[in-house]
Design a protein around this ligand. Structure first.
Ligand code: ZN
Ligand code: ZN
Length: 214
């Protein structure tokens, strides 16, 4: 019988967690079972062959862990279903101005994604997947919230009459301009907010390196 078959694959994690719960150092375990600390360290890091089956059994006994018992259920991560994301800012190029019933409205180009905290690839603003008016999840593409109690525009339009009139007058040209930008840009994906800052930092670093070389 091989070591792999008798020692559960998650033994290293269960023993490491048990050791930490008991507030034992690896050095304490060395004293208790007589294995070398580097072997224990490698084993806990996931290198199953670092310790013999007998040593693993001795560690389990010292820590009071029954490796034959079924491991505790790990809490499953919250399920992330893809949803429709958009940028609730009329200035973002992903929102296409359109005249609906004589008023300028913005139809968001929805992005289907499963991640949370996404940034718009065009304006870097935070994308949302809920109606800014009522907070209901967005179920359908369109200019308005489909919740019957709400029906508000998903992308708020400025209230000032002059600004509204200006946006309405330029709606067709502006829509064409934005469509051109969306079509001509490489198919860009939204990125997680955390990644966005990293990416920008990387870009900045590269630019600085180039500046130094120049
Ligand atoms: Zn944007
Ligand atoms: Zn709504």
């Amino acid at each position: 019988m091989t070591t792999q078959r008798r020692v559960p694959r998650d033994a290293h994690r269960r023993l490491r967690d048990a050791r930490r719960r008991m507030d034992w150092t690896q050095a304490r375990l060395v004293q208790e079972v007589g294995a070398s600390q580097s072997a224990i360290s490698m084993f806990e890091a996931g290198k199953a062959g670092a310790l013999s089956e007998e040593k693993i059994a001795a560690i389990a006994a010292a820590l009071g862990v029954d490796l034959a018992a079924a491991p505790e259920e790990e809490p499953s991560p919250p399920q992330q279903l893809p949803s429709l994301w958009f940028r609730p800012d009329h200035r973002c190029v992903t929102n296409l101005p359109t005249i609906i019933s004589g008023e300028v409205r913005f139809v968001p180009a929805m992005i289907l994604a499963a991640a949370q905290e996404l940034a718009c690839p065009y304006c870097a603003g935070v994308l949302v997947n809920r109606c800014p008016g009522c907070g209901e999840p967005i179920a359908l593409e369109g200019a308005f919230c489909t919740s019957s109690r709400c029906a508000k525009p998903l992308v708020p339009t400025p209230e000032a009459p002059e600004e509204k009139a200006l946006l309405a007058a330029s709606a067709d040209a502006e829509r064409r301009r934005r469509l051109e930008i969306l079509k001509s840009s490489r198919a860009r994906r939204p990125w997680p907010i955390q990644g966005a800052s990293d990416e920008r930092r990387d870009e900045q670093t590269r630019t600085e390196e180039e500046d130094t070389r120049a």
